[in-house]
Design a protein around this ligand. Structure first.
Ligand SMILES: Cc1cc2nc3c(=O)[nH]c(=O)nc-3n(C[C@H](O)[C@H](O)[C@H](O)COP(=O)(O)OP(=O)(O)OC[C@H]3O[C@@H](n4cnc5c(N)ncnc54)[C@H](O)[C@@H]3O)c2cc1C
Length: 412
């Protein structure tokens, strides 16, 4: 019988263990927390957005996107969904986002633990892996409790994201011992930090916007959705979707700037057109102050901020403004500039961008190309997905592919 050890009972480690165990394999799962799947519990605000109907390569980032695209396929979508259906999870699908019908992340966690127990996996909680070696074709794993030997080793210990759930980045150190390179892991799906006197004033506002991300003055991505304006900068799903690119850009000393369109519902592209629109509005509304004119279009706090930023008195009537002032106001309404100085830290991010390059593994099995019988799954790899269930989808998929390969049963 082969001895298999999986380090980390998170999303991908639990799935790997379940799939790898069979009559020829004895699987031991090592977890430093006192429970398995701690991070799963906080996913999707406690509801666990575990998959997305639009399982598509366009929703992923990796330095080897071409390699990743080999496994983000219709067949593997079925593989993931069959896995969950067979475990009895009934999905509730909202705007393509999958949640368990119970609306509870604990359902996903409990189901995985139950299945692991049904497969007689030896789950050792409160067991922290400290080091690994490879001697005489065996992996030697040193933990806080004991030393364990195995024939095949899976490292599923997660990234540096949300270290309070257990993932503190040890996997990168362990893998560098086997000559793996590491693309610096950086926070992604995270809030962005800026500076400015107006931050205190806009703190707490939530509004629908279009956001553009500029890197060294070149437009690199656009997003649309609800933004949360905070006293340190900006948050919200549309910001999270841009945050991995911002992290990488800042790390590479690039200038990162957002522009925020506070009037996304107005289909007006040029500043001149918007001035004309406001001139007409002012005529129709019988000559108003700027604040009165913009009331009804956006949050009054934002109106005050925009006027202050442009040093314009808010009691002034729109029709008394110079053309230059009008153009400045519409610029801030449609392209409010925000220099991004930093992201929030690993404690606040949902995932990491970066990790072990996919060029160093066999993408169909997750086996290392540097070390035979060593497997890597989940977020340790250089894959990060957008919000919407894509990160858990990759965790499940990498666990399924590794587990199926280890079990030697490719038809399972
Ligand atoms: C707040 C939050 C919300 C999220 N929401 C979603 C969502 O709704 N949908 C989605 O798709 N993704 C979501 N994610 C991302 C998703 O949870 C992760 O991508 C996924 O859990 C990664 O799985 P993993 O197996 O690679 O690592 P993890 O789930 O992090 O598991 C790693 C495990 O290894 C253990 N470990 C680490 N080091 C050691 C060691 N030395 N010895 C023993 N054990 C060790 C850890 O304790 C941990 O249990 C969210 C993340 C966060 C933080």
């Amino acid at each position: 019988m082969k001895k298999i050890v999986v380090i980390g009972a998170g999303a991908s480690g639990l799935v790997t263990s379940i799939k790898a165990s069979n009559k020829n394999n004895k699987v031991t799962l090592l977890e430093k927390n006192n429970i398995c799947g701690k991070k799963i519990l906080i996913t999707g605000n406690g509801k666990c957005n575990y998959f997305n109907e639009d399982f598509n390569i366009n929703h992923y980032h990796s330095n080897n996107i071409d390699i990743l695209s080999n496994i983000i396929t219709k067949e593997n979508k079925k593989l993931i969904l069959d896995f969950w259906n067979n475990l009895g999870i009934i999905p509730k699908i909202k705007n393509n986002y999958y949640y368990p019908a119970s609306n509870l992340a604990a359902t996903i966690q409990n189901t995985l633990i139950l299945e692991a127990k049904n497969h007689n996996i030896d789950i050792k909680t409160n067991t922290e892996v400290l080091d690994i070696d490879y001697i005489n074709n065996k992996f030697i794993i040193t933990t806080n409790n004991e030393t364990i030997e195995c024939d095949k080793l899976v490292i599923s210990s997660g990234s540096k994201a949300a270290p309070q759930t257990g993932s503190d980045g040890l996997g990168y150190k362990l893998l560098s011992k086997f000559n793996h390179t590491i693309i610096e892991p950086l926070p992604a799906l995270v809030q962005l930090r800026s500076t400015g006197s107006f931050l205190k004033e806009w703190n707490g506002i939530r509004t629908d916007v279009k956001v553009k991300l500029y890197e060294n003055n070149n437009l690199i991505k656009e997003e649309e959705g609800e933004i949360q304006l905070t006293d340190y900068g900006v948050s919200g799903i549309c910001i999270f979707q841009l945050s991995g690119l911002v992290s990488r850009g800042l790390y590479n000393d690039k200038e990162e700037r957002l522009t925020i369109d506070f009037l996304p519902y107005l289909n007006i592209s040029s500043r001149k057109e918007l001035v004309e629109y406001l001139n007409n509005r002012n005529n129709n509304l019988k000559d108003r102050t700027i604040t009165e004119l913009l009331e009804g279009m956006l949050n009054y706090k934002l109106i005050n901020i925009i006027l202050k930023q442009n040093k314009i008195n808010n009691n002034k009537h729109w029709n008394t403004l110079s053309n230059k002032d009008k153009l400045n106001i519409v610029t801030y309404l449609k392209e409010f500039p925000l220099d991004i100085l930093d992201t929030n830290s690993f404690n606040k991010c949902q995932v990491c961008t970066g990790g072990i390059p996919l060029s160093e593994i066999n993408i169909n099995t997750m086996e290392s190309l540097k070390q035979k019988d060593l497997y890597i799954t989940g977020e340790l790899l250089d894959v990060d997905g957008e919000c919407g269930g894509y990160n858990l989808s990759f965790a499940w998929l990498s666990g399924l592919l590794a587990g199926i390969n280890i079990s030697g049963d490719n038809n399972d």
